[in-house]
Design a protein around this ligand. Structure first.
Ligand code: GLC
Ligand code: CA
Length: 587
């Protein structure tokens, strides 16, 4: 299957089309001007390797599979790819428990496969970013095996070991995946700390040897030509010491704010950056979960030489509580978060913009419309927003074809350790009913975004030749798949391609200032992006009803650049009629 590069779009107005093609053809992206670092103009795509493309029939995606799909990503307009956790691991948490930081996961192939992948990516001008899980390792990592073997082992201090208190764990810290955050180890009669699963002991960054080893890992991969790193749980690496019990207030969100309040975070990040200074182009993007805005600003302000960007979860976590329960989300909160995340108060901060990743449910099911007539349109509306905000946009695999949540019904259908552990803690103990737990998890579980990529209509969506993939394919793959959508000019996939081209052709969409002009319209989200080259106006209708949206008095629009509804807009005036779930960008 080879997706064809389309040369005409029904979304683009003919008048703007010629100009756009002219600009896009001479330079596919603003990159290359040299004035700004490459990652500010990148279109970043996240691959979840286990679910992307299997080639050897074992039901799991692999590097040869990723290599075979680079052409697809290039055609989409992607120029940087984040490969989700891909190192050797016993898979207690799908690769987020690393056994060897210098070895490709055997499920995904060999170092040779990785190197072939890198070479092919380079020839397609696609940069590669790897996931660095440095807050914890696997308990099967050599360091931990040594560490647990005796109290005097040189690696003892690579992790946090403490005595229990009256036969109980040292503190009341819970694990994010259920149960206590301390595990008793009878070999030496002490407990070790694990914010996540018992098989994910937290590394002790206080120990300079730990830091030295981790920085060496970064240089090892930089040497192989990778262009950056995504740092897992980065806010948690500096612990608030000495350890003490969490207060009831701190226990909110499992104590995330306290865990991220260690005093040495900035010091570590600066040191890590300096340790890799032979590679000044590396993009460092942190998972900023649990970090306050102030902490994120400090860690990503370009004058501080720490991270370049950080994922923020303030909005993403608003419609989930206790790690599984669904709450409603609200458009005012989305608008407020996007305003906040544009960092108009400090342009030294460069954000990353995302709606989906491997830890959340699918965005179209979450923020779009489930009504069949609006599903694809609302996925395009979300694409419009994602690609028209200040910051590097991240597209998560399958988002570009409008993949939806999976119809989960039974706990046996889940792979996620979080879902299975909490089932034991909550349902098996009778605290929560099975029906309540299951209906909420069907909407919130991260397994929703981990089902295999839907390539075509063949069995298992062309993902694997195995009878059974590691996680079931969404039954809607006959309708939602790359091959079908490649041939449809009005598909979600075609829209993504157009939207990426539009972003690349308008510097205001990348670098422009941000101003919300939604005014008093409850279902409209509208904003202006402006720079020296001009002004673009983005209007999104997040509802099943048409709205006559009135622009503020000081804004006039001349031309529609793109819309997810192909009928031409009535005469442009200061009142814009927006159909249900319509999105449009004007200049
Ligand atoms: C991050 C990852 C998530 C993982 C956790 C523990 O949040 O994105 O998938 O379970 O860290 O490593
Ligand atoms: Ca495979």
């Amino acid at each position: 299957m080879t997706p064809t590069r389309r040369t005409f779009s029904k979304y683009l107005y003919a008048s703007s089309f010629a100009a756009l093609v002219a600009r896009v053809n001479c330079d596919a992206s603003p990159e290359g001007s040299g004035a700004e670092p490459w990652w500010k103009t990148a279109i970043l795509y996240q691959i979840y390797p286990r679910s992307f493309q299997d080639t050897n029939g074992d039901g799991m995606g692999d590097f040869p599979g990723m290599t075979s799909r680079l052409r697809y990503l290039q055609d989409l307009g992607v120029n940087a790819v984040w490969i989700t956790a891909c190192f050797d691991s016993p898979n207690a948490d799908n690769g987020y428990d690393v056994r060897d930081y210098r070895r490709i996961h055997p499920d995904f192939g060999t170092m040779d496969d990785f190197e072939r992948f890198m070479a092919e990516a380079k020839s397609r001008k696609i940069r590669i970013i790897l996931d660095m899980v440095f807050n914890h390792s696997s308990d099967e990592h050599e360091w931990f095996k040594q560490s647990r073997s005796s109290r005097t082992n040189p690696y003892r201090d690579f992790y946090f070991w403490r005595d229990g208190v009256n036969g109980k764990p040292p503190t009341n810290w819970p694990s994010f995946f259920g149960g206590s955050g301390w595990e008793y180890d009878k070999t030496t009669g002490q407990y070790y700390l694990h914010h996540y699963a018992t098989k994910q002991p937290d590394l002790n960054w206080e120990n300079p040897q730990v830091r030295k080893q981790l920085y060496a890992v970064l240089n090892f991969w930089a040497e192989k030509g990778v262009s950056g790193f995504r740092f897992d749980c980065i806010g948690e690496i500096s612990k608030p010491l000495p350890f003490r019990d969490m207060t009831p207030a701190e226990l909110k969100e499992d104590g995330m704010a306290l865990r991220c309040s260690g005093a040495r975070l900035d010091e570590y990040l600066k040191e890590m950056r300096a340790a890799t200074n032979s590679y000044p182009d590396l993009y460092f993007v942190g998972e900023g979960w649990g970090m306050s805005r102030q902490e994120i600003v400090r860690a990503t302000d370009d004058r501080n030489q720490e991270l370049n960007s950080a994922f923020r979860f303030d909005f993403e976590l608003q419609d989930i509580t206790d790690g599984w329960r669904k709450l409603p989300w609200s458009l005012p909160n989305l608008r407020e978060f996007n305003r906040d995340n544009a960092f108009e108060d400090n342009h030294h901060v460069w954000p990353i913009v995302f709606l989906e990743d491997h830890d959340f449910a699918r965005s179209v099911s979450r923020f779009g419309s489930d009504r069949p007539e609006f599903q694809s349109r609302s996925a395009k509306l979300l694409a419009t927003m994602l690609l028209a905000l200040r910051g590097t946009p991240l597209i998560y695999q399958g988002e570009e074809i409008g993949m939806t949540n999976f119809p989960f019904r039974d706990v046996s259908q889940y792979d996620d350790i979080g879902v299975r552990n909490l089932w034991n803690d909550l349902v098996v103990t009778g605290k929560v009913s099975a029906a309540d737990y299951l209906s909420n998890n069907a909407l919130t579980s991260r397994d929703n975004s981990r089902t295999p990529m839907q390539w075509d209509e063949s069995p298992n969506a062309g993902f694997t030749k195995a009878q059974k993939p590691w996680l079931a394919v969404n039954p809607n793959f006959h309708r939602i798949n790359v091959q079908a959508e490649s041939g449809q000019p009005d598909s979600v996939l075609s829209f993504y391609r157009e939207m990426i081209r539009l972003r690349n052709s308008k510097s205001s969409l990348v670098f422009g200032s941000y101003r919300d002009i939604s005014g008093k319209f409850p279902n409209i989200y509208a904003y202006v992006r402006a720079d020296a080259s001009g002004r673009t106006v983005v209007v999104l209708n997040f509802s099943n009803e048409a709205v006559n949206f009135q622009l503020p008095a000081d804004i006039a629009v001349k031309k529609r650049l793109i819309s997810n509804v192909s009928e031409s807009q009535a005469e442009l005036s200061n009142i814009i009629r927006m159909l249900p779930w319509q999105s449009a960008i004007f200049e």
